[in-house]
Design a protein around this ligand. Structure first.
Ligand SMILES: [Fe+2]
Length: 343
């Protein structure tokens, strides 16, 4: 197996290249946006074709190159099915094996750093790619993105420390100049998780860290949940009061990743014009109350009959702190006449 450990010095992220010279197939684990040219050049020099990009989790400190690499090389994208990402070609379940030529990686869900984190085990060569679940003499933080110190402790002990002790550990990051470790080394010397440290002691350590949020958190997490694809809301023109205006074509392309809220009255929703597929009925006078419990990062498109009430709804939601809200210009009426035109 051809193996390369690559590094992004801006985010201290390791990217791993695994290649099978017989079939010419290769995969990258956790490639970083901005490093696509380096990674593709190296693959070409090694006579390898990129078949897969794998993510270990939705990173908060850099944006993945996954979507760009798919555009440039035609590779497929895989990510754990326990996360919130959309736009992958395959969602990896715990226990399954990803095959790339002669390379096999077993998927192990290892939640704790994030709720959706996974590690990838190559049994044939005794290697594990741990993302931020287990670092050399450390571990990823557990204070956001569904992080959970007790879950990380269980993941490391049950899924990683159970591997053969000679297994080589390849982490997602390093900040102190280390490159790799082994299961035996981390079991003995990891200051947070090794040396037989108890769950209670580990949870206390993680509680006491008091880290500041990563610089790129608010950009990186939403972008990584799109596998690094550009923000579709940035393509939209805004009206005079700053509400992005979506048309039916945009909605058709993005409807899998946006929530569509219909702010008309119930009798209109079930009336002769009907409603767009997937539209959730939340009448305008109940919108603010209903939206109090919604995820502020969830992209929303608001629709009414012709676009006036929905624009008011979109302004209200923006004022509540929703990051991505657009108005469906022309509303249900435009959709209804487009249906007629097609029939
Ligand atoms: Fe991370």
């Amino acid at each position: 197996m051809i193996f390369r450990q690559l590094f992004d010095e801006t985010s201290n992220t390791f990217t791993y290249l695994l290649g099978d010279s017989a079939s010419g197939q290769a995969l990258l684990i956790d490639p970083v946006q901005g490093k696509e040219a380096r990674d593709l050049e190296l693959l070409a020099q090694l006579n390898l074709t990129l078949s897969w990009v794998l993510e270990t989790h939705e990173h908060a400190d850099h944006i993945t190159a996954a979507d760009k690499l798919r555009t440039l090389s035609g590779c497929a994208l895989a990510t754990p099915n326990s996360g919130q990402s959309q736009g992958a070609d395959r969602y990896l379940k715990h226990g399954e094996t990803l095959v790339c030529g002669a390379i096999e990686l077993e998927v192990r869900h290892t939640p704790g750093h994030t709720a959706g984190s996974a590690s990838y085990v190559n049994h044939a060569h005794g290697m594990v790619f741990t993302g931020d679940t287990l670092l050399v003499r450390g571990c990823g933080r557990t204070d956001f993105q569904g992080g959970d110190a007790a879950a990380l402790y269980a993941s490391v002990h049950e899924q990683l420390f159970s591997l053969p002790s000679t297994t080589r550990v390849f982490p997602g990051h390093d900040y102190k100049g280390h490159r790799e470790s082994s299961i035996a080394e981390e079991m003995a010397h990891n200051p947070r998780l090794g040396g037989g440290r108890s769950l209670e002691a580990f949870v206390e350590i993680m509680k006491g860290l008091k880290l500041s949020p990563p610089r790129l958190l608010n950009q990186a997490v939403p972008a990584n949940r799109r596998m690094g694809a550009p923000d579709p809301f940035e393509q939209l023109r805004s009206d005079a009061v700053g509400v992005p205006q979506a048309d039916l074509g945009w909605w058709g392309e993005n409807k899998e990743s946006v929530r569509l809220i219909d702010v008309r009255q119930p009798e209109e929703y079930i009336g002769p014009m009907g409603h767009l597929p997937g539209a959730e009925l939340v009448p305008l006078d109940t919108l603010i109350h209903a939206a109090e419990t919604w995820d502020r990062e969830q992209p929303l498109v608001i629709v009414c009959r012709s676009g006036a009430r929905s624009n008011r709804g979109a302004i209200a939601l923006k004022n509540m702190g929703f990051a991505q809200v657009a108005n469906l210009a022309g509303g249900t009426a435009a959709w209804f006449s487009s249906q007629g035109a097609r029939a």
